[in-house]
Design a protein. Structure first.
Length: 348
């Protein structure tokens, strides 16, 4: 209740702050409001010629007969205008106060109802966390708890905190500004679009100003991850599984506002796994991956061990394990080289 009152007071204060700004200043700070003016026919009332006024002053100057003609309720339109700015601000991550700096997992219970074997687990941006355990042990359930920011309302009774606090419902159940981007094992496109059109569509939805630069960054990053190169004019339905995963990982790293990325068995993606993880963490994401690959498990900063549906242990990657990782990577590089030669039709 106190948190809700605080949020309401904060929202009211923000609205008052915006109400004192001229339309010209608001257009400079929030260029997307021109769409609001067009949708509500305010451009027909020459609002862009009266930018020295505040929005409420402009509404007060509209004659009564024009309010009736354009079906304008000044008070309701004023409220919806400032609400529109706040919602778009959240959607585009304009407001730094919503930045996710940490994710905390509080213990619940395993399938037998026994308490999980840890006190709390705090994860930070640019960290990689692996999740290991036998098939069916509950790795995907942990990913689901994180995706839904569980509040003791899932079978595990876990609690997920964002920045050390219970997430606001507006954030937890947001459709437009999800906290979590999940990359599953199987990714199939059904839209009849080229790779360029797909990236441009996402960039436009996020109101990215330098759209072409974003397109080039994503295709370059994706081709560094994919085993086989592809072009911007390639239909997305023609992409292989590895190319699809490479495209989605690059798109998530560069365009997605979701600060937490969950990956299920990236070793089966047919891509350069290490480069994919480096790309994600370089964009200040918290990366959690369920994996059976020992090299990936040791590449993480720490690993969560799942048994019988619960977290049985949290293990920091030791210096000895990092030394073993170097050996595993050398072996893996040899295998990848042999695989590439076989694909090219060479003899081994």
């Amino acid at each position: 209740m106190i948190t809700q009152q605080h949020n309401s007071a904060e929202k009211l204060g923000k609205n008052l702050h915006l109400a004192h700004k001229s339309i010209a200043v608001l257009l400079q700070e929030y260029p997307f409001i021109e769409d609001f003016f067009t949708e509500n026919r305010l451009t027909e009332l020459h609002i862009l010629d009266q930018k020295q006024l505040t929005f409420e002053a402009f509404l007060r100057n509209i004659p009564q007969d024009q309010c009736e003609e354009y079906a304008i309720d000044p008070e309701a339109l004023s409220n919806s205008f400032f609400e529109y700015i706040l919602q778009m601000e959240q959607f585009l991550n304009y407001d730094d106060t919503q930045t996710v700096k940490s994710l905390t997992i509080l213990p619940g219970t395993n399938k037998s109802g026994e308490a999980e074997s840890f006190h709390d687990l705090v994860l930070y941006t640019s960290q990689i966390i692996s999740i290991v355990g036998p098939t069916g042990s509950g790795k995907s359930r942990l990913l689901a708890d994180i995706e839904w920011t569980a509040q003791r309302d899932t079978p595990t009774n876990r609690t997920i905190l964002i920045n050390g606090e219970v997430p606001d419902k507006a954030i937890r159940f947001s459709i437009n500004n999800k906290l979590v981007a999940q990359l599953s094992q199987n990714m199939n496109f059904v839209m009849d679009l080229s790779v360029r059109e797909f990236i441009e569509l996402h960039a436009e939805s996020r109101l990215i100003e330098e759209k072409e630069a974003a397109v080039q960054r994503i295709i370059e990053a994706a081709n560094k991850l994919a085993g086989e190169q592809f072009r911007l004019d390639t239909p997305i339905t023609a992409l292989s599984g590895g190319q699809s995963r490479a495209l989605m990982i690059s798109d998530t790293a560069i365009l997605s506002s979701s600060p937490i990325v969950l990956i299920d068995e990236i070793e089966n993606a047919g891509i350069d796994r290490k480069k994919a993880l480096q790309l994600l963490v370089s964009n200040e994401k918290i990366v959690l991956m369920a994996t059976h690959d020992p090299a990936l498990a040791l590449y993480a900063d720490k690993r969560i061990v799942i048994k019988n549906g619960g977290i049985a242990a949290v293990i920091e990657t030791s210096e000895h394990e990092k030394a073993l990782l170097a050996e595993l990577e050398a072996m893996d590089e040899k295998i990848q080289t042999m695989r590439a030669r076989l694909r090219a039709g060479e003899r081994l």
